[in-house]
Design a protein around this ligand. Structure first.
Ligand SMILES: Nc1ncnc2c1ncn2[C@@H]1O[C@H](COP(=O)(O)OP(=O)(O)OP(=O)(O)O)[C@@H](O)[C@H]1O
Ligand SMILES: [Mg+2]
Length: 254
């Protein structure tokens, strides 16, 4: 099967600091990959580079075989490369229904239409409602974002990403800041993602990662130090030294 997402020899320096050191990653449709590593390892930078938010010093990004390295963020989104952010970027006065409605219009190239009009577009409101229901937040569709729980806001961000109908979805810590009691809802949302979608998730919650991922990539100091199965990662000596030591030990003695 050919890769839907391929990154080749990505490199980035911030000042004298090599934050991305010759990173190459390929993903197939339906992949469920966890990208893990210590704080400052370069995980968010990787997402910033491949989505076109930050320009790499060198390296290439391909979507379904097409070189998108010179395209801007919006053009990459149109080609199916969609991300979520580590920190929520929602408008507190807007409702989930409005957020998702606008994302659908953006995908359809109709976002130039006057805001407010989509309320009278039954196809858009129906699709928005369906998406919110998939993520279990249709009950708060008409509430202001400022009035809904943080866990629901993070679910709304996943809904926004899905409204763009991605082929490749990059989730930067989707459960960050969510109370433990709400993480099952995030997990259920992740489990319900379209089977053909290639998903790469960054997170620090190892239990969540081991339930989600079929493959784990470990970044440390800007370099990939492991790319393999969740079973193999806890046994890998370099990974244990760089990141996982305490977790692996806890699992062994548990
Ligand atoms: N715009 C920037 N300018 C300069 N340095 C940056 C910039 N963005 C990130 N860095 C540095 O690059 C390194 C990697 O940061 P990055 O945010 O990618 O790490 P991360 O793996 O996502 O960490 P975390 O797990 O804490 O989110 C850090 O040392 C950070 O300080
Ligand atoms: Mg980060």
């Amino acid at each position: 099967m050919s890769a839907v997402f391929q990154v080749e020899h990505l490199k980035k320096f911030f000042g004298g600091l090599a934050v991305t050191q010759d990173v190459s990653i390929a993903m197939q449709p339906g992949d469920r990959v966890a990208l893990i590593g210590p704080n400052g390892a370069g995980k968010t930078t990787f997402v910033n580079l491949v989505t076109g938010l930050v320009r790499p010093d060198s390296g290439k990004v391909f979507l379904a075989g097409e070189d998108v390295s010179e395209l801007g963020q919006t053009a990459r989104v149109k080609k199916g490369l969609v991300r979520s952010f580590q920190v929520t970027r929602l408008f507190s006065e807007m409702t989930p229904q409005e957020h998702v409605g606008l994302a659908i219009l953006q995908r359809q190239g109709r976002s130039g239409r006057l805001f407010g009009h989509f309320q009278s577009m039954p196809d858009v409101t129906a699709e928005a409602h369906r998406l919110l229901a998939t993520l279990g937040i249709d009950g708060v569709a008409g509430h202001r974002v400022s009035e809904i729980a943080y866990g629901q806001q993070r679910l709304l961000e996943i809904a926004l990403a899905l409204a763009l109908q991605p082929k490749v979805l990059l989730l930067d810590e989707p459960a960050a800041g969510v109370p433990q009691s709400d993480t099952p809802r995030i997990e259920a949302a992740l489990a319900g993602l379209p089977p053909d979608l290639a998903v790469l998730m960054i997170d620090h919650d190892m239990d969540l990662i081991f339930r989600f991922a079929k493959r784990v990539i470990v970044l440390a100091g800007g370099a990939v130090i492991f790319d393999g199965s969740p079973q193999a990662v806890t046994a890998d000596q370099r990974v244990r030294e760089a990141y996982l030591g305490s977790y692996a030990d806890a699992r062994r003695t548990a």
